[in-house]
Structure formats: C-alpha cells, structure tokens
Design a protein around this ligand. Structure first.
Ligand code: ADP
Ligand code: MG
Length: 620
C-alpha cells in the first residue's frame, strides 16, 4: 500500500456529488428544496437541453447575505442545523449543507442572491469546484442559481445521461414532487423557452392535483383523513375503478417531503385487497404529518427514503383509515355486484386460471361493462367465445402445419393456445398414459382419443411461463439471496435501462442495485432459475427492455420478460430427456392446456385423433 493522503476539497466534493447528483433532475430537486426552505412563494425553473446546458432556479425567498455566499457553496456549511439534537428535529428539506458545494464541483455554477433588507445583491461563481470571488450585483430580493454544463468535468457521468426527453421526464418528476407537496407556492417550469407547467398557488390541494393529473382522475378521488396521538394522515385515494399497473401513482408525502416507502405502499395495496384485480395498484395522494423526532430523514443520500420510529403503527393507520372509508361508503359491496355482472368480459390476463369462469356464460353484449373491460381486453385476453373460430387463422403459424389430405374437419388440429376452453377430451390424459421422446426434440403421448405430439422446447417454455406468471401474480416468486451478490459490468446505457426498469424486475425475483459507474449488483434471483447464470439472463432481459417501447405498461413489460425468461430456461431441442423427465413434463401439460397465453404464438402440440388415424389407414 502506498501512503495515505487527505483528499483535496474539490475531489471530496466531486465524490459527494456522485452520491447526491445523479442527473440533472437531482440538481432541480436540490435547488427547489433550497427555495422551499427559504420560504419562497414564487419559484421558476428554466431548463435548456434537458438540463445538460442550463438549469436555472430563481425564487423570491429570504435570500443569502453577501458574507454568507462563500459558505453557501462550501460543503458541510448550512444555516439549517447547529448541533446533534437538531438532527432529530429537522423542519427543513435540506440540512447537510452539501448540495451547492457538490453541484459547484461538477458544473459552472453561479449563485446570485439578495436579502430584502439589502440594497443590492451579490454573486459568486464556482467552476468545477474552483470558487471565484464574491461580487456585488443588481438583483431583486431572492435567489437565482444557474447551473451551466453539468458534469462538464466528469465525462463518465455526462456520457451516462440519456436523451433530452428522458432527462426532461426525470426533471418533470422532481418538479412534480415539490409542486405537489407545496400547493401554496406558485411554480413554473420552462424547457427550451417553452412553458411546460405554470401552477398558480392555491389553498386547495385538489386544484394542484388536477393540473397534473386531469379532471377525469380527480372526479374519482375520495378524501380521507385520520388522526391519532402522533400522526395526521390525510389526502385522496382513487376509487377502485381507477388503478394502475404499478405503484408509481402512489404519492406519499411526509411533513411536506415526497418519500418512497415500501411498507406504506404495501399498506395501500393491502387496503385495496379484493377491490382491484391482481396486478393492478391503487392511486393515492397521501400526506402524513408527524413530529420530526418520530422519523429519521438522515438515512438516504437524497432523503427519498426515511425511517419511521413506529412503522407498524403507521402501516396500520393507513390500512385501517382506508378500510373504514371503504366500508362507510359501501364500496366493497358495489364492486362485488359489478364484478358479478361481468363474468367473462373482464377476465384479466393475469387472473388465476382456477378462477376463470366457464366459457358459455358470456352475455350477448358486453358494451355496458365498457369501463372495466377496457382495462383488460387490450392485453388480448379472450373475452368472447365467438372469437374462437377466427383465432387460428389469425395465427401465421397455423398455416405452417397443414394436414395432408385433410378433407373434413381439421384432423391435425393445432392446439392453439387461444382456445382457452379447457382441456379437450381428445388431449386430456392422465399421467399413466405413455409418452416417448423422439429425435431428442419431440414427445409423443398417448391420449384417450388418439395421440399428441409435443415440441419439447415449446411445451416446457409454456409450462415455465405459466408457472412463473402464477408466482408473479401471487407475489410468491421464491427467490434466493445470492451469497455473494453478482456484480455485472454493463455499458452506461444498459445500466440505466436496467435501473430504470428495476421495479419491473423485482416481481420476477431479480433484485438489482446500482453499483457505481455502469455496474449493477444482482442481489436476489428466482430459485426456479438457479441453473441460469444471472449475468446471461440479465443481458437477455436488457435486449428485451431495449426493444420495448418505453411507454409499455409494466404489466406488459413483465409479461414479455417472463416470455424471455421461460424461453431461456426451457430445455432445448436436441436435449435428451430421461423417462422421468419426459413424464414430469407431460404431467405438467395441464398448465398449458387451459392457459390462454402463448409465449410466441407457435403451437406446442399437434393432435391426432383416433378417428383420423383410422381414416388414414382406411379402417373406416
Ligand atoms: P442545505 O440546504 O443542506 O443547507 P445547500 O448546499 O443546499 O445545503 O445550501 C447551503 C446553504 O445555502 C443553505 O443552508 C442556505 O442557507 C443557503 N441557500 C441555498 N439556496 C438558497 C436559496 N434559494 N435561498 C436562500 N438561501 C439558500
Ligand atoms: Mg439544500
């Protein structure tokens, strides 16, 4: 080992910036929080080129005195905290005194400020950590922070930035979080000189919510409120007709701070249990107010996560407040009857197979159930038995397997997955029926009515897919925590795509974490797939993610990831199977029989009826 030296301050700040400033949106968040802490009532944000070129935040807050300007850009200098006790009494958004110093270390920063009582303002420039002298300047009361050329001296970070639109989406998200938490502040957001948001101050939270989420959603929100000795919980939750395929629409604020909290999110989902279809999540905007000493906000670099002293009590408060509200409003009852009226039109693709209603129960018209059916049919779930007849022809694969001399009704019937009508008598068979492997690729099985030929890869793929899907649905994916988490080196864009889709990978049992630079850490892996290398699987999934449209709903994304995983994990053509393996596969065939989802639309089997065999051999 060589000698130990203290690091120069500039480098220390650059390192600190690495933690707090991940992308332009992080700068926007920090600057907005400073303006909020300065009690500004008007804040405007100007962005050029997704924040790469310029991020400018100006406010009419309390300002900084000229002699404090240098301290403002010095690390570990803050006006918000004096001693250790204060750390457990945080009433402000910031307190670490790191943000401006960090931002100054990795950009060209100009801080201009004036306190009301001063005649003029003062400004200071910081270029890549180099602090320039303070100068007097004319400016109105308040503070203007300009951040030019973010990451200009940290090329690795700059390269990591994604498209302007993506960065702008992140910025808008940061802006939205602050704007939702502070309805009494007038906020504007401009991108490339175009106004993206202009939000007048309001006393009514709903008005602000409406500006972001639109009238339609607002009409479905229900106010809730509860209060116990320590915590006031209030806000709005959407009635169960509105739901989303992910938890991103759950906005939680603690003492005016947007937070993410798994346990509270879980509490919300729990409260809606039985009211939403599997795979759908409630929409909520919830504010929690409690004394600052009951929560530790100093546990996460960007304070996005906090630690509650009494998390289980808060969990229960959320569940019981919502549940009581639902019961008072008889929501459960109405929803149940509505459900009863729409037996097949609302079969969601993710509904458990056992609960699929029997086919013929479809009412002649399903138009009256539009709001519900709309949510699900887009996924292609079978909703109308009349569709059955047309489905095989819609499948290109059906043309590839035509029966020789088939005169009458399709003797080489393709076991197209969309049939979805439960096992047909022809190919319903019990384990004792014999099956053999041919050419290391096909399984031929005897059925009560003839025989079925399976493509072993396609069959296994379908079985795996169904099994995995079932586990995702029931949130019962068995995972193993890797003893030594696997570090996977990726390109920056691969890393960012994986991290952006972290939440879609989690239900699959794959837990990913950033690991500095463009590496990621795989922490857990599905036990079912223990024979696969996390490295190879992840790369395969990245390909999938890259091909997929960004706007893809996470439910669809998860579905396509499941296909990909099943395909990778399934036995291949050319693989020899033992008798037991053949049996095991054949015995799980029922999973495919009544499933209405087919990974690639290719047939898994060909059915030969006894009738047809007899005809072919001229026995009849
Ligand atoms: P922190 O917010 O954790 O204190 P920052 O680096 O973000 O650390 O800011 C340092 C200090 O600069 C703050 O404590 C505050 O006194 C001052 N400051 C920063 N931005 C503003 C602003 N917009 N208005 C008034 N004071 C500000
Ligand atoms: Mg701050």
């Amino acid at each position: 080992m060589s000698r130990i030296y203290p690091l120069p301050v500039t480098l220390v700040n650059q390192i600190a910036a690495g933690e707090v400033i991940e992308r332009p949106a992080s700068v926007v968040k920090e600057l907005l929080e400073n303006s909020i802490d300065a009690k500004a009532t008007q804040i405007s944000v100007k962005i050029v080129d997704g924040g790469r070129q310029l991020i400018r935040v100006s406010d009419n807050g309390s300002g900084i005195s000229p002699e404090d300007l240098i301290l403002a850009v010095t690390s570990h200098a803050t006006s918000k905290l004096r001693n250790a006790e204060d750390l457990f009494q945080i009433h402000t958004m910031g307190f670490r005194g790191e943000a401006l110093a960090s931002i100054g270390a990795i950009s060209q920063l100009r801080l201009r400020s004036r306190q009301e009582s001063f005649d003029a303002g003062a400004e200071i420039d910081v270029h890549g950590g180099e602090v320039r002298p303070v100068q007097a300047c004319g400016t109105s009361p308040g503070t203007i922070v300009e951040v030019n050329n973010l990451f200009f001296n940290t090329p690795a970070r700059r390269k990591f930035l994604r498209t302007t639109q993506t960065e702008m989406n992140h910025i808008t998200e940061s802006f939205l979080r602050i704007a939702l938490a502070n309805p009494h502040v007038h906020l504007t957001l401009e991108h490339n000189n175009r106004v993206v948001h202009d939000l007048p101050n309001t006393d009514h939270w709903l008005e602000r919510l409406e500006l972001f989420f639109g009238r339609e959603l607002i009409d479905h929100l229900m106010p809730i409120e509860s209060k116990d000795e320590t915590t006031r919980l209030w806000g709005y939750v959407a009635d169960p007709s509105q739901s989303r395929p992910n938890t991103r629409w759950q906005h939680l604020f603690l003492n005016g701070r947007f937070i993410k909290d798994r346990s509270l999110s879980h509490a919300l989902n729990e409260a809606y249990r039985g009211l939403l279809m599997t795979g759908r999540f409630p929409i909520a905007f919830l504010q929690m107010e409690m004394s600052p000493e009951l929560v530790d906000v100093n546990v996460h670099p960007t304070k996005l996560e906090v630690r509650f002293q009494e998390s289980s009590r808060i969990y229960n408060q959320v569940v019981s407040t919502l549940r009581h509200h639902f019961l008072d409003n008889d929501l459960t009852a109405t929803l149940e009857t509505e459900k009863d009226q729409r037996p097949t039109s609302a079969v969601p693709p993710y509904r458990k197979k056992e609960s699929l209603p029997s086919r013929p129960a479809l009412p002649a018209t399903s138009g009256s159930h539009e709001p519900f059916s709309k949510q699900y049919t887009s996924h292609g779930g079978p909703t109308d038995p009349n569709q059955k007849a047309t489905l095989p022809t819609e499948h290109p694969s059906s043309e590839t397997t035509t029966a020789p001399q088939s005169s009458d009704s399709d003797p080489f019937r393709i076991d197209a997955s969309e049939r979805a009508s439960g096992p047909h008598p022809q190919n319903a068979f019990t384990p004792k029926h014999k099956a053999i492997q041919l050419h290391n690729a096909y399984l031929v099985a005897e059925t009560p009515d003839g025989m079925t030929v399976f493509d072993q890869h396609a069959l296994h793929e379908r079985i795996l897919y169904e099994e995995l899907r079932e586990r995702v649905l029931q949130e019962s994916m068995e995972t193993q925590r890797l003893l030594i988490p696997e570090v996977i080196d990726l390109t920056p864009s691969e890393a960012s795509i994986v991290l952006e889709n972290k939440d879609s990978l989690a239900p699959l049992g794959i837990e990913i974490e950033p690991f500095g630079g463009s590496s990621v850490l795989v922490k857990t892996f599905p036990t079912m797939l223990e024979n696969l290398s996390p490295q190879l699987l992840l790369r395969d999934l990245i390909d999938q993610l890259e091909q997929k449209n960004r706007a893809l709903e996470s439910r669809d994304l998860i579905d396509s990831l499941l296909h990909s995983i099943s395909c990778k994990a399934a036995i291949k053509a050319g693989q020899h199977l033992s008798e037991e393996e053949v049996d095991a596969l054949i015995n799980r065939r029922h999973l495919v029989d009544d499933a209405h989802h087919c990974p690639h639309g290719r047939p898994t089997s060909l059915v030969f009826t006894k009738d047809h065999l007899e005809k072919q051999f001229k026995r009849t």
